[in-house]
Write a protein that binds this ligand. Structure first.
Ligand code: ATP
Ligand code: MG
Length: 573
């Protein structure tokens, strides 16, 4: 149950409406039991009175009014209970989602890179949803159950101590054993159900996203079978759950019948020492109605295993410490944005070997550095360290003489614009996709930058309102890359990091884009990553990186003269 504590803490803010909801639910149940009890007594008392002289004096009006009063009270109470508790639950759910998202965002990309998209989505949607059951299905019925049993016992004790205590004892025993029994019965199935829901989501997403590749490679049936298999497992869990719910109802009816027999037997000789009278009917109906208190409790505990598994899955995320923590405030020490890597080594979490080893690198403000290296040599990792996706394992990275750890996030993001190797297109309009880099940019500015990167064709039809991503226009690899470049141009930060910006572009477009970037970055500090030896002669500095180490560095001419690796590579062109 400890898993639920972080979520129960969120209840504090809504204590008033949650308590009011419970009070109204209690009042409704009270009216419901009152209605059945009073009607039971009224009908029998009226029948008995009709057979005797008392029919002249029997007051039909008052109990009749009571029955109507309870009926109205019950309806109004149920309406009030639903409005108040559902309103509180929705507010709670909003807080829960915000709380979860606040914890989740700083963990990207570090800790979450090990999770599948579908699994994360399931945590965000289904597992968070499961948490609202804690109040509606667990806390509220148990609290109402305890108070309900207490009140009913006191009420019956007022008429007959033995009967009151007997029913109170039966109900208390049920309240204590029922949860344990149904928690145990539903625990494993609930855990499996949560995990199978998640894996069904993961495999459905996999199957949908990779559908065309799966068809091309003839693997579609295999994946579909795996998906249907998970679905079968989930259906089996749901089947067990439905059976447990049925079992709970059946057992409740059986115990209700047995309890009724015991109580009627106790009351048969008369209630409170009197001769047998209509109070027997009242007691019998009170006993029947009392089981309404227990009805939701079996369900609550049957689903507890499921709820706890969801809570555990959420806690795995919310209790994770971010790999990178930015300071609240931290400006750059100078306007001149030079970049320094000092004795930097880095290994990815959960990996034994270093991706970067003892890197020493300096780029003066306004200089252009090219990093050259084979695939997998650690070039993109170097850029990610500069953007503080990860913190270095050893050494120090600084911008403008300020260690990265001392720079706050907005300052760092404003200082660097990046064309990353994989450009993500958001599901949104063309305008949205560019505005993310500069929200204040006018439409004219956006259109100009699109023309500069040669994407004027995207402005056809709806112009900047053209929809990109899912359900919209799909972009080619080269077009995506140019959207990335357009974003970086709009950002216009003093440092520009270019991770293979012209990869996948034809020669003509490549030359155009390089010329554009050269014009744009005249006064900027640039790190340009490539594994192609083009446009390197106008770089101030070139670094060759191999297996995470700098093996050569210098100007284009100096490296050619040194007749080392760079020279060899040049010869092979
Ligand atoms: P390319 O030219 O293909 O883009 P690169 O030089 O940019 O290659 P990196 O992306 O920096 O190479 O990757 C360097 C090494 O780190 C690779 O062996 C890669 O498998 C590994 N790597 C990259 N990202 C991660 C990650 N998130 N977790 C673990 N290892 C990673
Ligand atoms: Mg790379």
């Amino acid at each position: 149950m400890r898993e639920l504590i972080p979520f129960l803490k969120l209840y504090k803010k809504h204590w008033f409406s949650l308590s009011l909801g419970m009070l109204l639910a209690f009042a409704t149940l009270f009216a419901s039991i009152g209605l059945l009890t009073l009607s039971g007594w009224f009908i029998s008392a009226a029948a008995v009175a009709g057979l005797t002289i008392a029919k002249e004096t029997f007051n039909y009006m008052l109990p009749g009014g009571g029955v109507r009063g309870f009926a109205i009270w019950r309806t109004a109470g149920r309406w009030g209970d639903r409005v108040v508790s559902h309103n509180a639950t929705f507010k709670l759910l909003t807080d829960l989602r915000v709380f979860f998202f606040r914890k989740l965002a700083p963990l990207i990309p570090g800790r979450l890179s090990g999770l599948r998209d579908g699994d994360l989505l399931n945590r965000l949607v289904a597992d968070v949803d499961a948490m609202d059951h804690v109040y509606l299905r667990l806390v509220s019925p148990v609290v109402i159950g305890i108070f309900g049993i207490l009140s009913l016992t006191l009420f019956l004790c007022f008429f007959d101590l033995t009967i009151g205590l007997a029913l109170g004892t039966i109900l208390t025993i049920m309240l204590l054993t029922w949860p344990i029994l149904f928690y145990r019965l539903g625990k494993h199935n609930g855990q499996a159900l949560t995990l199978h829901t998640s894996s069904l989501r993961v495999s459905t997403l996999d199957w949908l996203e990779g559908h065309s590749e799966l068809v091309l490679f003839g693997a579609e049936k295999r994946y579909l079978d795996a998906l249907l298999d998970t679905q079968q497992k989930l259906l089996a869990n749901q089947f067990i759950n439905a059976n447990l719910t049925g079992l709970a109802s059946a057992m409740l009816m059986l115990t209700n019948g047995l309890a009724l027999t015991v109580i009627v037997w106790l009351a048969a000789d008369g209630v409170g020492g009197n001769t047998p009278d209509p109070l027997i009917a009242m007691i019998a109906f009170a006993t029947m109605a009392s089981f309404e208190l227990l009805m939701p409790i079996a369900g609550a505990f049957q689903h507890l295993g499921q709820t706890l598994t969801s809570a555990r899955r959420l806690n795995e995320i919310t209790q994770g410490e971010p790999d990178v923590i930015f300071p609240q405030s931290g400006a750059l020490k100078s306007d001149r944005c030079h970049i320094d890597f000092k004795d930097v080594s880095f290994s990815y979490p959960d990996s034994q070997s270093n991706v970067l080893n003892n890197i020493n690198l300096s780029v003066n403000a306004g200089d252009k550095l090219a990093i050259l290296g084979k695939t997998g040599s650690g070039k993109s990792t170097l850029i990610q360290l500069l953007c503080r996706y990860w913190d270095v394992s050893q050494g120090l990275v600084s911008i403008a003489g300020t260690p990265l750890r001392d720079i706050d996030e907005p300052t760092l993001r404003d200082t660097i614009s990046v064309v990353s190797q994989r450009v993500d297109i958001l599901n949104g309009s063309l305008r949205d996709n560019l505005h993310m880099a500069k929200p204040t940019a006018s439409d004219t500015e956006l259109e100009e930058v699109l023309c500069h990167v040669g994407l004027q064709t995207l402005l056809e039809d709806a112009g900047l309102d053209n929809w990109l991503g899912d359900g919209g226009r799909q972009l080619s690899g080269g077009e995506k890359r140019r959207i990335g470049i357009a974003r970086a141009l709009l950002r216009n930060a003093p440092i520009m990091l270019l991770d293979e910006p012209t990869e996948g572009l034809d020669k003509g477009t490549e030359q155009q884009i390089m010329a554009l970037l050269n014009r744009h970055t005249v006064d900027k500090t640039v790190i340009f990553i490539t594994h192609r030896l083009v446009n390197l002669s106008n770089m101030d500095h070139i670094c060759l990186i191999e297996a995470g180490q700098i093996v050569e560095s210098g100007t284009h001419q100096a490296l050619l003269n040194a007749k080392g690796r760079y020279h060899q590579l040049h010869q092979t062109l």
